[in-house]
Design a protein around this ligand. Structure first.
Ligand SMILES: Nc1ncnc2c1ncn2[C@@H]1O[C@H](COP(=O)(O)OP(=O)(O)O)[C@@H](O)[C@H]1O
Ligand SMILES: [Mg+2]
Length: 667
């Protein structure tokens, strides 16, 4: 669940020193729209930025948010990456940067853009646009180079001064750091935190003096006995030395792990990194060793991550081994396999788990997509990958990003026809829910035109359903009903259970209800439920509950309507489905009003606004707008504007977690 307070990761190690910098930056952040922490790799830019974000959380009503950019390869994806990190659902139309600017316009929010140096121009453009649009937005960037904007305050980060460096060494090696040579070691490492952390591992087996001696030898080698090393050389030397002290297989795994962007789990590491020279059964043990040596960081829930600098070192080693291409293919194959499995299993019992997993894997999935789309030899798999992620784009609110990838992949030649058909209907769906009806219509029509002669009933059915959605938006309810019926016929020709049939039935139920034929709608819903229930599927099924709730509202059965809307909301919040949360909340508010609980109804309308505000959602289905307006009118007539506003603001000021708990809780 996205909360409004932000997404800062928990600190896994203690924080040391930086009192002056923290105090200055806390002050700066109150006034400056953009401050960039600059400095060499490993000096502590990221750590300090997160620290400042944590210290200033109270200043930002809309939260403090971290966006990690180290793994971003395609600068065009920058707005999508920020949008995804903020949990903004891109279900309204327009370029992603505009959606983002709109979302931030009236927010008091701190954005930490971490590791901008390799996409510095894109970052500058983004921040310029966002700072212009959103006067209360504050950005902290970390970058080895400044962004070069006029409003930018550059804040160079120096290494840790002597005492703090020593404190860090002591914190990382509490048993072994209290020796007379420890200060010398810290000086030799020039107070660079990452170098100190790596050396701390060595203190288990060597004395500080011995480490200094060996480092000196290496500097000598490096500089041919001339002068003193530059700061980045100090760090590289420390890393290089750690590298040398790893076992050969640990080094190999370190290099191969660099192919992951962001986090990864053991299974992925075992599948991608193992081969004849590195057995799959060895990976777990080696990974633990790398964690013990501070090369890899263990995260909660069995996940792992590497600091950029260490990952880069591994990447350069991988290049030297000549394995980069192979590893990137192995990485792509793994995530393609995962995407195919996700698509195959989506219409089944594990939707909440799949949703959570695929969200976490987005950086890796993006890298796999990028590989496919930028390498002509791999292009035919790109569309396959992007299309197989269709339900992620659809259910996860990633409309804009999904459309971006689909359009790019579709534009390439030689795509397998089945992938094209799949991509076309996913694209049509996403376009519909962004309100781009022309695009949706074009894609849906092309999908059907190609799918029918090919006998691809699933794609044809979805294509027709997408045209039916467009028809609803245009108010052509009869036409929509006919289209959904046609979609049902098409899906029924395919004998495997799949989501399309369930969706075509839902569409019919919704349109029948609009036509006042609620009895037929209920019968159709019963069929839909049997289908979804047989597979343990909940995403579509909960839309069924939402329609049931609409029917009960129509009949004046508020208690029933309330129950169905709660059931729907329960599922939607587990799937992080913002659109679904909004639709369920609209019904919940209407039910509360019908039940005579005006205060709860007003609070729920406030919560609905909160969900829209938090996820950048706009509920543009006219049937819902009508219901919402009517609820608001009815309760203000009963309790007056003042009480309405108080209860509404009550709801709006909750955290998302409180709000959902309240909405689902006792009446
Ligand atoms: N003030 C600090 N206290 C404790 N650990 C720190 C501090 N500064 C940096 N570190 C640690 O040093 C390593 C490198 O810091 P990081 O912020 O990633 O550097 P950068 O972003 O400049 O490359 C990380 O493991 C980080 O946790
Ligand atoms: Mg960093």
């Amino acid at each position: 669940m996205r909360s409004r307070s932000g997404n800062l990761p928990a600190e896994v190690t203690s924080f040391v020193g930086r009192l002056r910098e923290s105090a200055e930056l806390v002050r700066v952040v109150r006034k400056a729209p953009l401050v960039t922490l600059t400095g060499v790799g490993g000096v502590g830019k990221t750590r300090l930025a997160l620290r400042v974000a944590k210290l200033t959380r109270g200043l930002f009503a809309d939260g403090v948010w971290l966006v990690e950019l180290s793994h971003l390869r395609d600068p065009h994806l920058l707005p999508h990456t920020v949008t995804a990190a903020l949990g903004v659902a891109t279900v309204s139309t327009g370029p992603p940067l505009e959606i983002l600017a709109d979302y931030l316009r009236h927010k008091r929010l701190l954005l930490v853009l971490d590791t901008c140096e390799h996409v510095v121009d894109a970052c500058a453009e983004l921040v310029k646009h966002l700072n212009d649009a959103a006067p209360d937005l504050v950005v902290i960037a970390t970058s080895r180079r400044p962004l070069g904007l006029p409003q930018e305050l550059q804040y160079p980060i120096q290494p840790l001064p002597g005492d703090d460096a020593l404190a860090l060494l002591a914190a990382r090696a509490p048993e072994n750091a209290h020796t007379p040579d420890a200060p010398l070691l810290c000086r030799r490492l020039e107070g660079i935190p990452l170098a100190i952390e790596l050396a701390a591992v060595r203190l288990r087996t060597l004395s500080a003096a011995q480490i200094v001696e060996r480092l000196d030898d290496r500097f000598h080698l490096l500089l041919g006995g001339q002068g003193s090393p530059e700061r980045h050389q100090t760090l590289l030397t420390a890393i290089g030395w750690s590298h040398e002290l790893c076992e050969p297989l640990e080094r190999l795994l370190w290099a191969r792990l660099s192919v992951f962007v962001g986090e990864f789990d053991l299974e992925a590491a075992q599948t991608v990194c193992a081969d004849r020279s590195l057995g799959q059964d060895r990976v777990e043990g080696l990974l633990r060793e790398l964690v013990a040596k501070s090369i890899v960081t263990a995260l909660p829930a069995g996940r792992f991550v590497q600091l950029d600098t260490l990952r880069e070192y591994g990447a350069s080693w991988l290049r030297r081994l000549g394995e980069e291409g192979l590893m990137r293919l192995a990485h792509r194959d793994y995530f393609l396999g995962l995407a195919r499995q996700f698509n195959a299993e989506w219409f089944g019992p594990d939707q909440p788990a799949w949703c959570g997993r695929m969200r976490r894997e987005l950086p890796n999935l993006r890298a796999a997509i990028e590989l496919c789309l930028s390498d002509t030899a791999e292009q035919d798999l790109g569309l396959d990958l992007v299309a197989n992620l269709g339900y992620l784009w659809m259910a996860g609110g990633y409309n804009a990003e999904g459309r971006h990838h689909l359009a790019r992949a579709l534009a390439l030649a030689d795509n397998p026809p089945a992938s094209v058909r799949h991509a076309l209907w996913v694209g049509a769906w996403l376009a519909n829910f962004q309100g781009d009806l022309d695009d949706a219509d074009e894609l849906a029509t092309e999908c059907v035109t190609r799918a029918l002669p090919a006998g691809d009933h699933v794609a044809a059915g979805w294509g027709v359903s997408c045209s039916a959605i467009t028809a609803i938006y245009l108010g052509r309810i009869h036409e929509s009903l006919a289209l959904y019926r046609r979609a049902e016929e098409l899906h029924a020709q395919y004998t495997q259970p799949e989501a399309g049939l369930s969706y075509a039935l839902l569409g019919q139920a919704f349109t029948l209800l609009q036509l006042g034929r609620s009895k037929e709608a209920q019968e159709i819903l019963a069929r839909q439920r049997r289908l979804s229930a047989a597979r343990g599927e909940v995403w579509l099924d909960s839309y069924g509950d939402w329609i049931r709730s609409l029917i009960e509202l129509d009949h004046g059965n508020a208690a029933e309507a309330d129950k169905y809307a709660r059931d729907a909301l329960w599922v939607k919040q587990r799937l992080f489905d913002a659109l679904g949360m909004g639709t369920s909340l609209t019904n919940l508010a209407a039910s509360a009003a019908q039940l005579g609980d005006s205060e709860r109804a007003a609070r729920l309308l406030g919560i609905l606004a909160l969900v829209e505000h938090t996820y950048g959602l706009r509920l543009n289905v006219s049937q819902l707008q009508v219901l919402r307006k009517r609820t608001e009118r009815d309760i203000t007539a009963l309790i007056g504007h003042g009480s309405f506003a108080t209860a509404y603001m009550d709801g709006f000021s909750m955290t998302i977690e409180e709000a959902i708990r309240y909405a689902l809780g006792a009446k």
